[in-house]
Design a protein around this ligand. Structure first.
Ligand code: GLY
Ligand code: MN
Ligand code: MN
Length: 451
């Protein structure tokens, strides 16, 4: 288990059960992910489901958390693989139900092979089924069968849940606000990723291939105990930086190129997500520096909106204004064509060079769960929600200049993004990725350090 003891997971289960009871009570079913075939008899590295992990801390495949929260009882149940010496010789340790129950603090644990025989009785007379349909098709079929089995007992006076609630809607709101153990874990993830970015800066040389810098990142992640990247690392040199989801990382880096690296590790299941952009030869050209300072100023403007009470979109609006001013001042946007800053914002002219949002929730998933608007499921009024202490967001403005006739040539093929991970606190924010070199002088100085 990670830094969290089973008490943290149990507390989350109890919080969820209280929410369930407030809706009349019932049974929640939360499965982990499935192992997926990569090719022939190889599987992809297994990554547990984030909701399941949030409630259990359990990382084996083939497992389901079931919470029974009726008016007069609360029971936390884990279904998992049985111990199996033959499999353990080949593939490693398995807890088995008895040890898993004790280690992860459940009231009961059963072999996953018994789930079909046990679930119908748990669902009998349950008020509501708390389950997320259409996420695990194969479990959907099982759940349907369990409900059929309960309905078959109708003449004996037993009924199936009349209501189904998407349990993820309850869990999303819980996951959106991080507790102290989650924050400590995310800080560790961000610190490792920051060190990896600094390492890549120190290692960079013209003539290298993008994958050589990717290898530096992976090396730093793993030597610090991070289990994997939180998402596919982007190492994009020169014009590749203008491809937003570039991931092939195969190109040779030319002297004079900027390198955009968007990479973060996953540490104990929590993501970090950091982007830095630096000149491979260690020195920004005047044109690169001009655009870099604009993106940095845009990020500062957005950071000022990372505080409780601000609306989620405030940072984006602040960044767009600074970016648009910069685009007009540098001639990326032509005043005679697009008009004033306000005009260029209203007409979305800035989108030629800034076509994505300025951030997202961060947590167990790199694009973490949680609603972005109030009343998201209601038709009329849907203002962006307000930030609150314990939320973690990324702030990641950029400028991407594809060659075009109406664009000064000195800026062609420059792609810049600067991304940090911000914890909202009661009076502002803490930048979890604060140790990653960011200003022009910090980056140039880091790149002068020995490898
Ligand atoms: N690395 C994914 C993102 O920045 O959203
Ligand atoms: Mn991001
Ligand atoms: Mn990113």
């Amino acid at each position: 288990m990670s830094q969290a003891s089973h008490l943290h997971y149990s507390a989350r289960r109890q919080q969820l059960m209280s929410l369930m009871q407030a809706q009349g009570g019932g049974v929640a079913i939360i499965p982990t992910a499935r192992e997926l075939t990569r090719n022939n008899d190889n599987t992809f590295p297994f990554r547990h489901d984030s909701y399941f992990y949030y409630l259990s801390g359990f990382t084996e495949p083939e497992a389901v958390v079931v919470l029974v929260a009726n008016s007069n009882e609360q029971t936390e149940i884990l279904f998992c693989r049985e111990k199996n010496i033959e499999h353990e010789i080949w593939d490693g340790f398995r807890y088995g139900p008895a040890a898993a129950q004790a280690e992860f603090g459940f009231d009961a644990a059963y072999p996953i092979a018994d789930i079909n025989s046990i679930m119908p009785s748990l669902l009998s007379d349950a008020h509501t089924l708390f389950y997320s349909n259409a996420t695990e098709p194969h479990l959907d079929n099982q759940v349907q069968q369990w409900l059929q089995d309960v309905r078959a007992k109708n003449r004996a006076g037993i009924s199936a849940p009349a209501i189904t609630v998407d349990v993820r809607c309850l869990l999303d709101e819980m996951r959106l606000v991080k507790d102290s153990v989650e924050i400590a874990t995310m800080q560790r993830a961000a610190s490792i990723s920051g060190a990896a970015h600094a390492r890549a800066m120190r290692a960079a040389r013209p003539g290298q291939f993008e994958y050589e810098l990717e290898a530096e990142l992976l090396h730093e992640f793993r030597r610090n105990g991070a289990q994997s990247p939180a998402y596919g690392s982007i190492v994009a040199a020169g014009a590749n930086a203008c491809v937003l989801h570039y991931q092939s990382n195969q190109a040779q880096i030319q002297d004079g190129d900027l390198v955009l690296i968007d990479a973060g590790c996953e540490f104990d299941s929590y993501a970090s997500d950091i982007t830095r952009t630096f000149p491979v030869n260690g020195k920004f050209t005047p044109a690169q520096k001009t655009l870099y300072e604009i993106v940095l100023a845009a990020q500062s403007a957005a950071l000022a909106c990372a505080k409780p009470g601000a609306r989620y979109m405030d940072g984006h609006h602040a960044a767009v204004r600074v970016l648009t001013e910069g685009m007009l001042n540098t001639g990326l946007l032509n005043k005679h064509e697009v008009g004033s800053v306000d005009d260029a914002i209203a007409s979305l002219a800035y989108r030629q060079f800034y076509m994505h949002g300025t951030g997202h929730w961060l947590g167990l998933d790199v694009h973490d769960v949680g609603l972005y608007r109030e009343n998201q499921n209601i038709a009329e009024e849907k203002p962006y929600r307000r930030l609150a202490a314990g939320m973690v967001i990324t702030i990641e403005p950029g400028i991407y200049v594809r060659p075009a006739e109406n664009v000064p040539q000195e800026f062609w093929n420059i792609g810049i993004r600067i991304e940090d991970d911000m914890l909202i606190t009661s009076d502002g924010h803490i930048n979890l990725s604060r140790d990653t070199p960011k200003t022009v002088s910090e980056i140039e100085s880091e790149m002068r350090q020995p490898q």
